[in-house]
Design a protein around this ligand. Sequence first.
Ligand code: SF4
Length: 323
Amino acid sequence: MLNATHDFCTIPMPDEHYGLNDYSKGMPRWCPGCGGHSILTSVQRVCKDLQYPPEKTVAVSGIGCSSRFPHYMGTYGFHGLHGRAFPVACGIKFRRPDLNVFAITGDGDCCSIGAGHWVHAVRYNMKMVALLFDNGIYGLTKKQTSPTSPLGTHSNTHPEGSILPPINPLQTTLGISNASFVAQTTDWNVAHLYATIRKAAEHPGFAFVRIVQRCPAFMRDLYADLSGNPENLIYLKSENGINLEPNAQRKFERVIEHNPLNINKAREHAEISDGIPIGLLYQNTENPRYDTYGAHNLGMNATDKKQGIRELLDHYTIKNNNS
Ligand code: SF4
């Protein structure tokens, strides 16, 4: 903490200033080279740059490699049940709209057992950052086919290669009513990763970010090819999108001009199969948000709420007219 003033210093200083260490905790247990490391660092940097008070910040997760995330944040955290990051995060946000919420999920967690919660969390559009760590495999349980595994993935559940086409998390999210922010990035482009999470944190609603994440332990070949070839990345360029410094932009060989207000074009770009489009696919800051209807935002205190519950219970009481 820095002191506000000094006798000979006229530069205004904040009463409190949080450094990166304030958002860090423990030693991540992810494998060396796992994409989780750079995502964690980027979230911590965003928290620092936006000066989120650690005691007003919470990371919520389900189950999977990615879901160890809250253990490494020096903030509040909730390591929940498989597929249940979103309902817990929504409950927290509804009750405590003053908190900065990060919902952390993986492809197995979100797109399989948690898919129903994913749909409704997008529709509720409560303000939070939702990060899908998509490595295309169940890593924690050592290599089973996940809903986003590319067709033909050899795994312990499909030794001969997976037989169903994968879910496209971008297409799915863009198809849910009231979706308000859909972006994609990769763990190995750290400048773009940071800029994407920062843009998501500033969005007034549910900001869904799919992060194409490397899993060197179980998907080494696939991700070595993706990350080793710059032609695989397609930079979505827009005045109101996710923008990098000109020098950082220059390394992208494939660039598409895209207006993130255009949901039909966003759906087209989400379908691109000969590369990974990165950037802001869609944003609408006007969509209704369910968290603004919570008791807190309606200005109700504890007494008001008790009174309201009593009135409702009276309303639904079945009265015996003979007594
Ligand atoms: Fe990361 Fe894969 Fe290791 Fe899990 S198994 S920690 S996703 S590299």
